[in-house]
Write a protein that binds this ligand. Sequence first.
Ligand code: SF4
Length: 282
Amino acid sequence: MLSTYTKLLRLSQGQLNLLEACPRKFQHTYLEQLNTPSNPQQEEKQTLGSRFHLLMQQQEMGLPIQSFLEADAQLQSWMAGFANAAPEILTPFIDNQTFRESEHYRTLQVQNYLLTVIYDLLIADRQQAQILDWKTYPQPPTRSKLEKNWQTRLYMFVLAETSEYSPEQISMTYWFVQSQGQPQSIKFSYDASQHKKTAKRLNQLLSQLSNWLELYQKDELFPQVPEAQKALCNNCQFAVRCARSQRGVRGASRREAHRSQVTEEAIANSLPNLDNIQEIAL
Ligand code: SF4
């Protein structure tokens, strides 16, 4: 049982996504930090995405952004497209009844976990609370994929649990600033039945995680995706380590991922730092 833990473990939507997709991948990625380094192209895209987020934050705080725009044609074009598609967000009507904050941070404890969300922008008034999120990659995912993503589920869940707003007053909108043509938005509404469903799934997943962490400290590995779904392993960087590689396994014993000493402290420290402004990959 996780009652042996004394520390709350911080979890983000990215970790929930990975845990649901493949618990073993969660183990390799977060507990053992075996991620392969990203390539320069990916890094460049991530940097540009982070800069756009920073720019949007500065704009929201009323700080000057012109010099940044002049220095970067890509940012300038995204910002111009966004200003055209959603002027009400960039140049809002300001009144004292509306709360607006960029990079709005919230946490919620569920079981022994501290669920952490950072909204790119939160706009709230007497009637409703809107969560907004910026994405800078070109191809938006399908609506149904986005709906199932833990970012959508967790972001609205945490707001409903930590505010006076009922689920029906909450929405989440993604803005894809680099979509073909002009920026596109995908909006999700929320209700009590979705909230109940998310609570149930979240509690299930966290109970499973507690159990797997307990076993992991006794040298048991997290479960892999079932054999029947092992097609999912084809593009996974851990396929050899998991003995799921089509190229065969050389020297990858089941205990290759053996930890020298798995302690509660090590597990807590292995979960990533959420402080930096970064675009969240879906
Ligand atoms: S290879 Fe398959 S089982 Fe192993 S981490 Fe990747 S997806 Fe999971």
